[in-house]
Structure formats: C-alpha cells, structure tokens
Design a protein around this ligand. Structure first.
Ligand code: T4K
Length: 371
C-alpha cells in the first residue's frame, strides 16, 4: 500500500539548524520562563507581523482561556458554531455562556449582520474566528462592539501571516489569539500567542500566563501556567526563516487544486480576494450532493480507501456536541447555513512539501466519482 497522505504535515527546518539552538539551550541551561529565545521570538514576531505587543503561550487553547481572563469577560459571549471545539471550550472553562450565531456561506465566518439580534443584557464580548484564515468582517464587528460596548477577542488560530489591506489580521479586536500547533502554517510544536495593543495589557497577560506572578513575591491574580518554553521558541525562530517560501509552495498547491477542480459541477472552493494576503492554511471544498451526485462522506470514504486522509473540518458543529447542544442558540433553526456547510465541507491535503502528483490523484478521484 502507498504511504498514507494526511490532511497536513508540519514544515520543519533542516535538523542541523535546530541542533544549533539545542546546543545553546544545553549550554545555558535556560529551558523556560521567558528565556532568551522566547524574548527573541516575541520581538521577531512583532517585527514580522507589524505588531507592537505579543505574548507567547504554550498552546492556543490556553491563550484563548487567558485572553478571556485578561479582559474579565463574563456572562454571555457571541461566537460561531463553525470552528474547532477549543474556541467554545475556552468560554466554558471561564464559566461563560456561548451564544451561537450563524455563519455566511461565502467565507464560513460568523454572519456579522446576525450578531445584533443575539445581544442580551448579559452579553459582554464577541468571539469570532477567522476560519481557514478567511478574515471576518472586522469593520462591521467593530462597529457593533462600539455601539453596544462589547469587547472583541478574535480566534486567529488559522490566520498567521494573513493580512487585510496590508495589516496583520491579528491586529484587529481588543485581543487576538494565534495557534502554533503542529498542524498550523507556523508551528512551535505546540504553541500560541495573544496580540494586544498596550503595554499594560501585555503585562497583565504575561502575569496571567505565569501563575499571576508580578515579581518574586507578588501574585496579582489567579494565573495559570501557559508559558512557551525555549525549545518551542527556537523552532519558532527557524519557522520565521522559512515561512515566506512555505506559503509560496502552499499557493502553488491551491492553484493546482483550483485548476483541476474548476469544471466539476457541485464542487465549490474559495477564491483569492483582493486586499487580502492569504496563507493557504487549508483547502476546503464544499460538495453539493444534489449537483455532484454523491455525498461529502462518500468522497471522504473513497479518498480514505486510497490512503488519502482528508478531514471534515468542521463537522460536527460545536453546537451539536453534548456539552452545547442544549443551549437555546444551538437549535437548527438558528444555524441553517452552518448546518448546511458542515455536511458539505471536506478539507483536502495541503502542506508545503505535498507532492503535486498527490494533488492530481485526489482531483482525478473526485472527478471520476462524479461520473
Ligand atoms: N481555535 C481554532 C479555530 C483552532 O483550529 C484550534 C486548533 C484552536 C483554537 C486551539 O489551538 P491549539 O490549542 O491546538 O494550539 C487539529 C489540531 O490539534 C488543532 O490544533 C487544530 N485547531 C485543529 C483544527 O486540528 P486534530 O484532532 O484534527 O489533529 P490530528 O492530530 O488529527 O492531526 C491532523 C493531521 O495532521 C494528522 O492526520 C496528521 C497530521 N499531523 C498531526 C500532528 C499532531 C502531523 O503530521 N504531525 C503532527 O505532529 O486537531
């Protein structure tokens, strides 16, 4: 049997380059707690992304949980059901009630026009996700937040490197959270970050991720341990070096998919949008069963038979999991678009070193199935 192909694969630098960093770590014996590589990565990321303040984290989920703590968010938060569970779990871990709002078919992001009708006296914030790296309608969401006095925390887990009119997408909202998990375009094994806009908030976030310590003997809040270690930071520094080349390779794969899938009735995919620099983190396709003649799951299983392991990101919806399905906002009639998209979506393999022959093969299988 041929080698299995997975939906993604991390893009790693030459081992020898990482070994150089390991030598330094071995010599200094500085492994974690705001070490030299940690400091260097924070600085380099600020430069690279054009941001002023960034706090590194051990993973994106803890960064989300801490972001909510940093703003003291409580009550109800408006969010999307079409994301990875961690988005809503972060609310649950903070004892906050999620209120789901439907998504838009064109980019799968929260439908900003439906946010206002979900606001109640208990609403304190909006937690949208730039899903697959597609920028949310940041202007409209900001306008709503300003009108109703709400905070915005963006889950930008998929959106590292994405820009909107030349600005990093992570620069929007009161806080924005990145993930550097192994499956992400920019990885530190596990990892994440919070982006904020002033020094006081940066300090507060740094205290919170280190048990609440402000100095050796002062604990200012019930913080958590969410620090990024030196090994993670070292990989991050190397990732930066290869990031631009990796995105170029991803783009080529996306263009090949688009080219090969363009004449298949019932198969839809995203196009590039002017003003946006995309990161090509995922290549989701949407299969309209009526037009295509077969279901999404049929295609998923057929590809699996061929040792090509695609993923149905994001199926089921978060609102369909036992923890959340009892919420009033989880009802089907509240989420018609999300319920349609979750049945249609299939993320095809994409990563910088993916062989283009695999892309041809995947597309041929999808073409043949239509007949
Ligand atoms: N918000 C959003 C919107 C998110 O998507 C995520 C995470 C978060 C928040 C939370 O951020 P973190 O706390 O994770 O930093 C994966 C990832 O575990 C998760 O990070 C990610 N989103 C989610 C979309 O995908 P799984 O369960 O699909 O991962 P897994 O282990 O099945 O990996 C997928 C494929 O990737 C494998 O089939 C093979 C390949 N792979 C995976 C790993 C872990 C590798 O080649 N090497 C590896 O080390 O969740």
């Amino acid at each position: 049997m041929s080698k299995p192909i997975f939906v993604t694969q991390p893009h790693l630098p030459p081992l020898i380059e990482f070994q150089e960093y390991l030598k330094d770590i071995w010599e200094s014996k500085w492994l974690t707690n705001n070490g030299p590589f940690h400091q260097e990565l924070e600085q380099k990321l600020c430069e690279y992304l054009g941001l002023k303040y960034i706090s590194l984290f051990s993973n994106g989920t803890l960064a989300l949980i801490t972001a909510l703590q940093a703003l003291k968010i409580s009550g109800e938060v408006i969010t999307t059901p079409f994301s990875f569970v961690a988005t809503t779990h972060a609310l649950w871990w903070n004892n906050i009630k999620p209120v789901f709002v439907d998504i838009k078919e064109n980019d799968c992001n929260i439908d900003a026009e439906k946010i206002e009708s979900a606001i109640t006296p208990n609403t304190t914030a909006i937690l949208p996700v730039h899903i697959y790296g597609n920028p949310c309608n940041v202007d409209r969401i900001q306008q709503i937040a300003d009108t109703y006095g709400l905070h915005i925390i963006y889950d930008s887990a998929h959106a590292f490197g994405v820009t909107l009119q030349g600005n990093s997408i992570a620069s929007f909202g009161n806080l924005s959270v990145l993930s550097f998990h192994a499956t992400k375009v920019f990885t530190t094994f596990e990892g994440g970050a919070i982006i904020c806009h002033d020094e006081k908030m940066k300090k507060r976030i740094d205290f919170l991720k280190n048990f609440g310590f402000a100095d050796e003997i002062t604990v200012v809040a019930p913080g958590i341990n969410a620090k990024m270690n030196e090994f993670q930071a070292a990989l991050g520094l190397l990732q930066l070096k290869y990031f631009a080349a990796a995105i170029k390779k991803r783009k080529r794969i996306v263009e090949t998919y688009r080219n090969m899938l363009k004449k298949i009735n019932g198969v839809r995919y995203f196009q590039d949008i002017n003003d946006i620099k995309h990161n090509y983190a995922y290549f989701p396709i949407f299969i309209d069963q009526k037009k295509y003649g077969k279901s999404r799951d049929h295609v998923y299983n057929e590809l699996k038979q061929n040792n090509i392991h695609c993923r149905r990101y994001f199926y089921p919806l978060i609102s369909q999991f036992p923890t959340y399905r009892g919420l009033p906002s989880s009802k089907s009639k509240n989420l018609p678009v999300a319920e349609k998209i979750t049945k249609e979506v299939l993320c095809l393999p994409i990563y910088p070193d993916l062989d283009l022959n695999v892309v041809y093969n995947v597309c041929e299988i999808i073409k043949k199935l239509k007949k």
